[in-house]
Every structure is written in C-alpha cells, then in structure tokens.
Design a protein around this ligand. Structure first.
Ligand code: NI
Length: 191
C-alpha cells in the first residue's frame, strides 16, 4: 500500500473524463487500497482516481460520524452510510431527487469551502472492490460527496458548479496562493 500524491487544480487530469474500469483485477484492487490510504492520510471524506493522476472511474468515500463535528449544532443523525468504507467502480446515478445546499471542500482545492447545490437524494449503481454490482441510496452528506466525486471522474470540478462570480473568485484565490507558494519554494531553493 502507498500514499499517492493528490493533485491540485489546475492539473489537466482533473478536467479529463475518466474511462470505465474493464476488469476488477488485483492491480485495481491494490490501487483502490492505495486510494483509501491516500484519502485517510489527506484527511478527506472522498477521493476520485483522477485526483491521484489516473483517469479511471473509481472513487472512495469514508464519512466518519461524529457528534462533535459541528460543535454549535444539534448532533447529526447517525446514518447507515457513516463510518463505512465505500468503493465505487464505474458508478452510475440511477435516480435523483430533491435539492440540498452544502458547503463543500475538495482536496484538489486546499482551504476553499463554498456552497454548492446538489440533489438531496440519489440512487447509485456501481461495482465494489471485488467486482460485485451493488446499489445504494444516498442522502445528506453521503449524497453530496458521491455527486462531488462522480463529477470528478466526469472531469468536472466543484468550481464548475458555482456561480460564475464565485468560481472566478476561487480561481483568483488559488492562483494567488500558488504564486506565493512558488515564491516560497524558490526562496527555499536558494538557502
Ligand atoms: Ni474534490
């Protein structure tokens, strides 16, 4: 197992539509294990394969249930999808219902958190890490996270789901931070 490098936007592979997995073999199984390890190490609740540079239709999710997550709010209800390690290979959204607005973050956009509108409930069919077909109904954060990750493998990043104004603000913030980052790097190189 290995922790892989998580790519940041504007890496091109993040805006590339990913190819389906043809066979869930040992190589894909070990890649899935690496993705889970990478997601945990990065402190993310979801990860798409193209975020680690591989444009295949694989995503991982693990949403811990914690009463203390929102200290100033009512404890969230524990759902069956909490604290469960999910692998979706070749996922397809079969049904969509309702609307939900959630403040989303993304490992490919560090420190950016913006509200995005999504369907509140979805039904998804996919293969698991053993190549078995399963169907799951998702609500709340699980639904939000699944739609965010399925967008990733379709080459859609969450700024594409924001208003034009919000998305250009985020782009400016990101390029400013990356400029500052490269200045720091060159300073370090000199020492
Ligand atoms: Ni993301």
């Amino acid at each position: 197992m290995a922790v892989l490098k998580v790519l940041e936007w504007p890496a091109k592979v993040l805006e590339t539509k990913s190819e389906p997995v043809e066979k869930v073999d040992d190589e894909i199984k070990s890649f899935v294990a690496d993705m889970h390890e990478t997601m945990d190490a990065a402190g993310g609740i979801g990860l798409a394969a193209n975020q680690v540079g591989r444009a295949v239709r694989v995503l991982t999710i693990m949403i811990p249930w914690s009463e203390s997550r929102y200290a100033d709010q009512e404890p969230e209800k524990k759902e069956p999808w909490h604290d469960k390690r999910w692998t979706f290979i070749n996922p397809v959204i079969k049904k969509k219902n309702g609307k939900i607005r959630w403040q989303e973050g993304c490992l490919s956009f560090p420190e950016i958190y913006e509200f995005v509108d999504r369907a509140s409930e979805i039904e998804v069919e996919a293969l698991d890490e053993n190549g078995q077909t399963f169907t799951v109904e998702a609500n709340g954060l699980f639904s939000v996270c699944l739609q965010h990750e399925i967008d990733h493998i379709d080459g859609i990043v969450f700024i594409n789901r924001m208003s034009r104004l919000k998305s250009s603000m985020v782009k400016k913030k990101v390029s400013k931070r990356q400029r500052l980052g490269s200045v720091e790097e060159s300073v370090n190189d000199q020492s």
